[in-house]
Design a protein around this ligand. Structure first.
Ligand code: ATP
Length: 226
């Protein structure tokens, strides 16, 4: 039986600006272990707002979010930060790598933040993740010495450092050309198939989405297909 690792239960959210605008309307779905799911929909339909909630960064919503069988309801910011660091890896459109640190050090950072592994273990894990992504030879370079595609692979390695249950992406290929988008897609697919990684990826790229295992399509704050 498939194992549910994230569950959205009737999530709704409105902005009050100054009139009340409902942005998410009763969103319910679940994500299984090892599933590679894309979230699509027209600009403004609520994809980023939903991802913010699912990643525990926004707590101002109705409904419930369950991650790894634990309800996020009533958790304070400190507790949510632990959930984020342990269970969620993020990949954004822009890589947000720090140019003053080496590639290896960038990948190590979330591992240091978690405080679960020794410095030696974090270094080894970071190197191992770079290897999975085929960029271990760039470990000692600075991010600004890499190509756009290589930088995004470093960002994925960084997202993987704590072996998260879920990788969440907000337009992770939005800034890449076709060739590099395909490389990133293939990496995600391999992570899902060979490592049981769950991925929830917001994308505007319909071709990317059509190749994922499941598409969640949103319209005006609701899911219209999944
Ligand atoms: N802080 C805010 N205050 C008021 N309205 C907001 C705020 N943030 C987002 N919105 C509105 O909520 C709706 C959903 O925005 P959201 O960014 O989630 O859409 P999206 O589907 O991710 O769009 P895009 O594909 O363009 O990134 C939009 O109508 C947007 O204008």
């Amino acid at each position: 039986m498939s194992q549910i690792i994230l569950e959205a239960q009737g999530i709704s959210k409105s902005f009050h600006d100054p009139v009340t605008i409902p942005v998410l309307k009763n969103i319910s779905f679940s994500l299984n272990k090892g599933e590679f799911v894309s979230v699509i929909g027209k600009s403004g339909c609520g994809k980023s707002t939903l991802l913010y909630i699912l990643s525990t960064m926004d707590t101002d919503y109705e409904g419930n979010l369950i991650i790894d069988e634990v309800s996020m309801q009533g958790k304070d910011e400190g507790e949510l930060a632990v959930v984020r660091n342990e269970k969620i890896g993020f990949v954004f459109q822009f890589h947000y790598l720090l140019n003053e640190f080496s590639v290896l050090e960038n990948v190590m950072l979330p591992g240091q933040k978690l405080g679960k592994y020794s410095p030696k273990e974090i270094r080894e894990r970071a190197y191992q993740k770079l290897k999975i992504l085929g960029i271990e030879n760039e470990a000692l370079k600075k991010p600004n010495q890499l190509s756009g595609g290589q930088k995004q692979r470093v960002a994925i390695a960084r997202a993987l450092i704590n072996d998260p249950l879920i990788i969440m992406g907000d337009e992770p290929t939005g800034n890449l050309d076709k060739k590099n988008s395909e490389i990133v897609f293939d990496i995600f697919k391999e992570l899902a198939e060979n490592y049981g990684q769950s991925l929830l990826i917001v994308t505007h790229d319909n071709e990317f989405a059509s190749r994922t295992q499941r598409i969640i399509e949103m319209q005006d704050g609701s899911i219209i297909r999944m």
